[in-house]
Write a protein that binds this ligand. Structure first.
Ligand code: NAD
Length: 499
């Protein structure tokens, strides 16, 4: 059986802890590999080597570092299909969707080609007599990223590209469910010219994560995953004096106004609700039609679209709409939540339970599921389902719909479908959610903006990628310099203005 190890000092190495976990083929349910789980000693070794490599990397001028980023982007493009295969093989998502996973990570790498410009400081000439004031952005040193299973290429790239372009060394701890893509990315980064040790991929579970959180050399931790783990990581990293940004789970609502183009809204809901089997932190999991007539007309349009969806393994061709869930535990959890929705009185309009695909009977599949008349007290509303389940919460008017979104504990993404500019503008301005779509269901900002939710979807400061990433992965130093020619002033003990 394939054994997946770590990437240390520019090469693949086997794990030495003796601990492993299984990596599944989600379409067949079979174990296809086992991945090593790092021990504290392996983490210490990876960090010590990264610290050594970081010194030379930080001293490499930003333009030369950027050239390696340019080469890295070209190699990702060259190996797009290979990377997408690796994503699909462990995650189960379709190949076109896996290419999107790589592409949205690549776009962040492309923005990092401009790192020298992002890293510039500021300067004030003659801030006082003979005095110049300037600031510089310096790398933090060794930083770490802990990433989730659902975007095996995109999120590691969101983390590694800006951190490394800014002159840091990175310890990446990918999800143990989808570990292979990060190792391929590390190989490409080396081929692009990255010095050994600047990127270390350490696979593992809580032991490896705690090794990161407690390590005195690691200066900052970027996390993406579920909310309880985000809270845990934020608290422990902060208690240890580290900079931390921890992005958590989501429950994204889409409001559909009576004046919306309902066909477009239904198309958007099907894509955003069921794409990647709903395993996206920006998936729309709650549709909020305003008014009974809108709700009836929306459901009428959703049902035939949902019933047409083709669920299957990624190997079955590009007409498969979505694949299996990542593990048996995820499948059982989602099936259990669908059952709870029925028990608690929601109207099950399309039932995705009991889906069996010939030849893939043991795969972790759940069919597309649509609920109507869901209420905020139900478990299917309260929990992030992270499966192909769309809940409809009917709303009497716009204010009621807005309040529903505002009262939800998560605040990652949200959308409104409407033809009215005033309503759209009011929604964008008032809603307490980090990323807003107007007639756009999954408003993931482009790579030259930054990505981040509000409320229980994010802990810590600054968003990920884009300009915020360069702020997160650097510290600012401000220098006040005085040169004495022509200055007669003697000693002064007073704290005073420079002029
Ligand atoms: P997860 O929280 O289970 O795991 C994320 C990472 O944390 C993994 O690397 C895992 O090994 C580690 N981890 C898991 N349990 C741990 C523990 N007890 N102690 C220390 N580390 C632990 O998340 P997941 O299931 O891999 O990913 C899905 C979740 O991620 C969803 O909630 C989704 O909404 C969220 N997500 C959020 C964003 C965002 O940007 N806000 C993006 C993608 C995914």
């Amino acid at each position: 059986m394939e054994e997946i190890g770590h990437w240390i000092n520019g090469k693949r190495v086997a794990g030495t802890s003796g601990r492993f976990t299984e990596v599944f083929n989600p379409a067949t349910g079979e174990v296809q590999a086992r991945v090593a789980l790092a021990s504290p000693a392996e983490m210490d070794h990876a960090v010590a080597e990264a610290a050594k490599a970081q010194v030379g990397w930080a001293a490499t001028n930003p333009q030369r570092r950027a050239r390696i980023i340019v080469a890295f982007a070209a190699l990702i493009n060259r190996d797009m299909d290979k990377l997408a295969q690796a994503v699909s093989r462990e995650h189960g998502k379709t190949l076109p969707d896996a290419r999107g996973d790589v592409q949205r990570g690549l776009e962040v790498v492309e923005v990092c080609m401009g790192a020298p410009a992002m890293l510039k400081g500021e300067m004030t000439d003659s801030a006082g007599p003979g005095i110049d004031l300037y600031s510089m952005r310096q790398p933090l040193g060794v930083v770490a990223a802990i990433t989730p299973f659902n975007f095996p290429a995109m999120i590691p790239l969101w983390k590694m590209a800006p951190a490394i372009a800014a002159g840091n060394a990175m310890i990446l701890k990918p999800s143990e469910r989808t570990p292979s893509t990060s190792l391929l990315l590390a190989e490409l980064f080396k081929e692009a010219g990255l010095p050994d040790g600047v990127l270390q991929v350490v696979n593992g579970d809580k032991t490896a994560v705690d090794g990161i959180l407690d390590h005195p050399v690691i200066q900052a931790v970027g996390f993406v995953g579920s909310t309880p783990i985000a809270q845990y990581i934020y608290a422990r990293a902060a208690a240890n004096g580290k900079r931390a940004q921890c992005f958590g789970g989501a429950k994204n609502h889409m409001i559909i106004m009576p004046d919306a183009d309902l066909d477009k809204a239904a198309d958007a809901l099907v894509g955003a609700g069921f794409g990647a089997a709903g395993e996206r932190c920006m998936a729309i999991s709650v549709a909020v039609p305003v008014g009974e007539k809108t709700a009836d007309a929306l459901i009428e349009r959703l049902v035939p679209r949902i019933e047409k969806l083709k669920v299957g393994p990624y190997t079955a061709g590009d007409d498969v709409d979505f694949g299996p869930l990542v593990t048996k535990a995820a499948q059982d959890r989602v099936l259990g939540l669908i059952g709870s929705g029925v028990d608690q009185g929601a109207k099950l309009v399309v039932d995705g339970r009991g889906l069996k695909i010939q030849g893939y009977e043991n795969g972790f599949f759940v069919g597309p599921t649509l609920f109507d008349r869901v209420t905020p007290e139900m478990e299917i509303y309260k929990q992030e389902i992270f499966g192909p389940v769309l809940s409809t919460v009917r709303s009497g008017n716009y204010e009621e719909a807005l309040k529903l979104v505002m009262d939800n504990e998560y605040g990652n993404g949200t959308a409104i479908f409407t033809a009215d500019g005033d309503t759209a503008r009011d929604f964008a301005s008032r809603v307490n959610v980090g990323m807003v779509g107007i007639n756009f269901p999954i408003p993931v900002p482009l790579a030259y903006y930054s990505f981040g939710g509000w409320k229980k979807s994010a802990f810590g400061d600054l968003n990920q990628y884009g300009p915020d990433a360069f702020r997160f992965y650097t510290k600012t130093k401000t220098v006040t310099a005085r040169w004495f020619s022509g200055i007669k002033e003697g000693a002064s003990l007073n704290f005073k203005a420079l002029d």
